[in-house]
Design a protein around this ligand. Sequence first.
Ligand code: URA
Length: 271
Amino acid sequence: MNPPDADARTLARTFLEQTLSAEGNALMLEHATREEVVRRLAAARRSVGAAAAASTDGAAVLPDAEVGPGPAVTEPMIGEAPDLDTLAALVASCSRCTLHESRKNAVFGEGAPNARVVCVGEAPGAREDETGRPFVGRAGRLLDRLLLAIGLPRKSVYICNVLKSRPPRNRDPLPEEVAACSPYLLRQLALIEPEVIIAFGAFAARTLLETKSALGRLRGTVHRYSGYPVVATYHPAALLRNPSWIRPTWEDLQIVRRMLDGAGDREAGIG
Ligand code: URA
């Protein structure tokens, strides 16, 4: 059931106000430190290296401990990654497109490996590139709040991007970069098996749904990506620039909430 309009407006306004005044406030959830992430990646990479060395099919052998660009990661290697840690190790060493030359860190994604909801953004920005973590800048803090508003603490969902490396100066991703990186997203989804994917922003929505339609036409309903239900909505960074989009974003997130609560497609607002 939708909350009354006035409540929705108040909540929507509260998201923005809190976010704008909340740099570093207590709602920032605990996150793994960069050191922990690198340690986990190195360990995962060692296990991929061992698996590749043991395989008889001539698959590329990954260098051992260092996390950095290595030999080509092939699509079968991605498709056969048995878990998220292994996949993250492949991303950390990936040179399938030229973005590995300029990135500081690959940004694989993070969150609950069995999350009911996967949030997909466009590509890492400067802060994400620095930290190796998705959605950690201002837009990320707003994302955390939007999710909390539908009862989903950041740690309960999985957050990632279409691209795992930052495009220089945050330019739009190129088709060849999307093509090179998409198998990772596909494998992430296959390993997590979410109940709902939220595509944040026109780029993520258009990429997942293979359409050129405007976000305004894609939002408000439920689509499918590789069999998974997809709800498309505005990107948190766009909301920071355009507070009037908070209201429709709130409505889109209510669709997600209703889906998680077990509403049937029609009841959840599908189609
Ligand atoms: N914008 C995105 O699309 N992804 C991030 O991780 C950060 C900002």
